[in-house]
Design a protein around this ligand. Structure first.
Ligand code: XMP
Length: 506
């Protein structure tokens, strides 16, 4: 198998490097920086990429990799910090950059297999340190006005490095550079695609499950549904699905998704009403991470109870996908949020985990869903977080707040659908901000709640832009929410991209 490993030194955009490699038709995964050589070599290795990082190579906490990485016999590409680390570990020097570049910068390229077909053009720079002396055997292959060593290589040893970020779309020839590295330098043929892996995934699931029973938590979201369809294909009626109504669902959601699961997908699903249990556990809790952990733990407790009722199941299926794994801190990056199906799991619970979608990005999961013949309405549903509306009511969750949130969210969804924007917008929902402000309705003063509208466009939820919804549609959404939902007198539109924001408010 062709495989490119990215050693993850903790920059927030490292997942994008994996995506760029996969777009070239080669499987790529992120590993912790000090991964043992045998783990890096794994089952076929075509190349290694050293990622960016917030660290500095000279600081005590600066993350390093094993020196053996540079003599694996496969090409190595250092990106930003990866280039500085390569320099430091191979005897060159790194110093403070006199001018901190954080922008698109015009760059001159020398002849190099890495820059084949790339003219002088703009690249994305973001760094404090830079290479001041290249290691022996290297030559400089790119420069900018403020960065004399913007790239370097040692062709004999197949070591390449760039100070800039080729994974970011602001680098004009980003795809060409990855094409050059993956195919030209690493010699990969490509051809990997997630939908082409269905048979292999099914075989892997059968092997892990054996003759045991699996219990699956369905959330109505894309990931858990595709995971269930895959496992159902693999082990048929050894799979029992549980759909937990935790009281944090959107309006009509339970009925809609149960219909899909039973009628369209023929899954064996038990619907559990656990509203009181969840809301009881969450009573009085305001801190977002605490809420996430409580919801994660409550899910597992409900599964354990239900699994006992069906005569025992040893495996718990989770719709964990790659960004969940990385954003929950399994890679080198810092924890942003504990996604309930990864970081939110309690330490002790009575199941072995089955997570067949763990290596995939959201759009890859959708491709697998389509390859499995799942209904398009389900595959293309907008993502819905496991903790549900629990992370869209800021602060303490109460029935009253949930009701306001559900009604406003229903109106938003209705208007976005009517405007034909539901496929173009990645995610759209309302947020109960908990903030009250003064308004005037029917000649009287009001002092009521503000509802936030969040709508974003994205391809993978890692970076997003707020959606450009036309003003007349926004106005209709606002007018309807204020007119139809009691106790709301103001609607605000969230104009924050990710980063610096996140999609959900908690
Ligand atoms: P953020 O808010 O981190 O969200 O920008 C990125 C994507 O992940 C979804 N999300 C979750 N999904 N469990 C999930 O299954 C979670 O705990 C969770 N938290 C956020 C969010 O809706 C968006 O699509």
């Amino acid at each position: 198998m062709e495989r490119i490993v990215i050693l993850d030194f903790g920059a927030q955009y490292n997942q994008l490097i994996a995506r760029r490699v996969r777009e070239q038709g080669v499987y790529s995964e992120l590993l912790p920086p000090m991964s043992p050589i045998e783990r890096i070599k794994g089952d076929g290795l075509s190349g290694v990429i050293l990622s960016g990082s917030p660290d500095s190579v000279y600081s005590e906490t600066g993350r390093k990799c094993l020196p053996g990485v540079f003599s694996l016999g496969v090409p190595v590409l250092g990106i930003c910090y990866g280039m500085q680390l390569m320099t430091y570990m191979l005897g060159g020097e790194v110093g403070k950059a006199p001018v901190r570049e954080y922008a698109g910068v015009h760059t001159h390229f020398e002849k190099s297999p890495l820059f084949d077909g790339i003219p002088d053009s703009t690249v994305w720079m973001s760094h404090n340190d830079m290479v001041t002396k290249i290691p022996e055997g290297f030559t400089v292959t790119a420069s900018t006005a403020d960065c004399p060593v913007a790239a370097m290589q040692n062709e004999a040893k197949r070591l390449y490095a760039v100070q800039f970020h080729p994974e970011v779309a602001h680098t004009e020839y980003c795809a060409q550079l990855f094409n050059n590295f993956v195919h030209g330098i690493c010699g990969c043929a490509g051809g990997w695609s997630p939908e082409g892996l269905v048979d292999e995934l099914v075989a892997g699931i059968r092997k892990q499950v054996g003759s045991r029973r699996v219990v699956a938590g369905l959330s109505g979201g894309v990931d858990s549904s595709v995971a269930a369809a895959l496992v159902s294909r693999a082990v048929g009626d050894k799979l029992t699905c549980i759909f937990v109504d935790h009281g944090l669902l959107r309006k009509n959601e339970a009925d809609e998704v149960m219909h899909f699961y039973r009628e369209n997908m023929g899954l064996n699903v038990i619907e559990v009403d656990a509203k009181e249990y969840f809301l009881g556990q969450l009573a009085g809790v305001t801190e977002p991470e605490r809420k996430r952990k409580i919801i994660g733990e409550s899910f597992v407790r409900v599964f354990e109870r239900e699994a006992k009722k069906i005569g025992g199941a040893e495996l718990l299926l989770q719709g964990t996908i790659y960004p969940d794994v990385i954003e929950s801190g399994s890679g080198g990056a810092s924890v942003i949020k504990s996604h309930h199906n990864v970081g939110g799991l309690p330490e002790k619970f009575g199941f072995e985990l089955l997570e067949p979608l763990r290596p995939f990005f959201k759009d890859e999961v959708r491709a697998i869903g389509e390859a499995l013949g799942m209904p398009k309405e389900l595959v293309w549903r907008q993502p819905f977080p496991g903790p549900g509306l629990g992370i869209r009511v800021l602060g303490e969750i109460t029935e009253d707040k949930l009701s306001i949130l559900r009604d406003s969210d229903f109106i938003l969804r209705d208007e976005i659908k009517k405007a034909g924007l539901d496929r173009a917008i990645w995610q759209f929902f309302t947020v109960f901000t908990g903030m009250r402000s003064v308004g005037v309705m029917g000649d009287s003063r009001t002092y009521d709640y503000a509802i936030g509208v969040r709508a974003v466009v994205s391809t993978d939820a890692m970076t997003v832009e707020f959606a450009d919804i036309p003003a007349d549609i926004l106005r209709r959404i606002s007018n309807r929410i204020i007119a139809e939902v009691p106790h709301v007198n103001r609607v605000v539109y969230d104009i924050t991209d990710k980063p610096p924001g996140t999609i959900e408010w908690e």
